[in-house]
Design a protein around this ligand. Sequence first.
Ligand SMILES: [Zn+2]
Length: 290
Amino acid sequence: MAVPRLPSRGGLIEHLGEWMAVNQEERAYRAWKVLTAVAAKKDGLITYGELGEAINVHHRALRYVLGVIQAYCLDQKLPPLTILVVNAQDRTPSYGFIAWDATDLPEGLRKVRNHPWNESENPFLYASKGETEEELAAELDADPGKAEDIYAQVKVRGTAQSIFRKALLLAYQGRCAICGLTFEDALQASHLIEWNDCSPAQRMATCNGLLLCATHHRLFDWGYITIAPDHTVFYIDPKGRDGKYSNADTQVSTALHGKKAFMPKDRRHWPSAECLGWHYKAHEWKFEGR
Ligand SMILES: [Zn+2]
């Protein structure tokens, strides 16, 4: 389900052509390099004009590039890197900057300057040759065998996770595998074999993933729910004996026990027996005797 959006007007429309025509992630790749270099300098700041010149983007269009980087830092709980970009007049960030409390900029700057940015890859590396997350997700959806290659192109966990989610959204046609919920913003990518135990290929392999709503993702990760090799949903307390269940609790748990999970049309994206087995084994003791 696509959540209704407010109609955009005025300033947004003005720049829509710009937004659609360019690959903001490719620009973000270049801006990331510049900003992390600025962060490494004591008292380093950069004006919109200087950044625009450095990456060859008109300063009025910079907000889109900075928006991509800001969203990435927020999502990954990184210090607010875009705090370094300031107006020439007052040396403060512009109104589009929302990643840090504007009343305590010095603390945000301190965090950004102390962060070891050079210890991890540029998260937009995949875009350096002009590819977008959507294109990589579509490639993965079309050919699940490319998981390892695509992971090698991306390397950074946050970006890999985002592309993986987009590929699962395509494969599962935007439905939670357990309950069928289709609110896209509430759907997440879950790994069967956990990230730290995965081979590089398994990190991006759709057969090691499930598209789940936020609630089922959490219940699945905690081992309240698992999925059998024949795709039957198993809930840990099928008869609801372990506590009081509200109607809402029942709907997301006992009511789904024994039902078939929603699987992708393309069988190559189905969770593999190996990966399902790994999840079951990790939580087996909770299901024994049930
Ligand atoms: Zn669900």
